[in-house]
Design a binder for this molecule. Structure first.
Ligand code: OAD
Length: 250
């Protein structure tokens, strides 16, 4: 895999032709797609891995919701606050355009930052939830955080009065089964699958490109670094998502 800079990104004729002819396209994104917007990634030099001395996996865990929901909110409010001035980058915007370019287009993300929607993507399958939403721990009612007051924390559920938690998947929790099922079905039905900015080590999300590949899709990875998936891809483009995706779209 050779590293490419913005002016040296070369796209194979094969991939160009596939993009021209594809009808069913599937994109899986991870933290790397938002890196150029200034959102830290989790791995590879990410800056958000520790909060008040607690490792990310501890503060962002199902156990912490039971033990100290206030601390979980403090951490997620901090993260939400740090997203306040963050804007979508050319990668998010290219992916948003693809929903109208391809006949059957699926976007699946592991990100909770909401930047795909902010860029105009209409249907985003969010495997790990959304930081801008709360969910009742008792009755599962969901509510957008911008429709609720900043206080109290934890927010109180309007439907049943229960305590609410961030509507995100935490360590020790399962993914929303319905969202994952639809994502897996779409992966199995696509012709062309792009894997953008994910370390591809967190399962079951990392399984989706394998589902696509097994079903016969052409698999393309966009990531400046190699991942465990790289060797299974038909093509790997070693560059930054915000630089590579607009070139693919040209
Ligand atoms: P990671 O932080 O594990 O990986 C980010 C990937 O993005 C790495 O492979 C980087 O090389 C790549 N990258 C960095 N900058 C990039 C750029 N400009 N363009 C393209 N790629 C770039 O993030 P994820 O794979 O998304 O889960 O992590 C998966 C899950 O692990 C997260 O959703 C989170 C975490 O535990 C939960 O919170 C449930």
């Amino acid at each position: 895999m050779t590293k490419q800079t913005a002016d040296s990104i070369s796209i194979s004729d094969e991939l160009r032709a596939r993009i021209r002819n594809a009808r069913r396209v599937f994109v899986l994104t991870g933290a790397g797609v938002s890196a150029e917007s200034g959102v830290p990634t989790f791995r590879g030099g990410g800056a958000s891995a520790v909060w008040k001395g607690l490792p990310f996996e501890v503060i962002s865990s199902a156990e912490m919701v039971e033990r100290d929901l206030g601390a979980v909110w403090e951490w997620f409010d901090y993260r939400l606050d740090s997203l306040g001035h963050v804007e979508p980058n050319p990668a998010h915007r290219t992916i948003a355009r693809w929903q109208d370019r391809f006949e059957d287009f699926t976007l699946v993300t592991q990100n909770i930052d909401g930047l795909h929607a902010a860029a105009g993507s209409r249907e985003v399958l969010e495997l790990h939830g959304n930081i801008r939403r709360a969910r009742c721990v008792k009755c599962e009612a969901r509510e957008a955080l911008d429709k609720m007051n900043a206080e109290p924390r934890p927010p109180v559920c309007r439907a049943c009065g229960g305590a609410m938690r961030p509507d995100v998947v935490l360590f020790g929790e399962l993914l929303p089964a319905d969202v994952f099922r639809v994502a897996a079905e779409r992966a199995a039905a696509c012709e062309l699958c792009f894997v953008v900015g994910t370390s591809a080590i967190v399962y079951p999300a990392a399984q989706l490109p394998l589902v696509a590949r097994r079903a016969g899709a052409y698999l393309v990875e966009i990531n400046p670094e190699p991942t465990p998936l790289s060797e299974l891809c038909h093509e790997t483009i070693a560059g930054r998502a915000g630089e590579v995706l607009p070139v693919l779209d040209a």
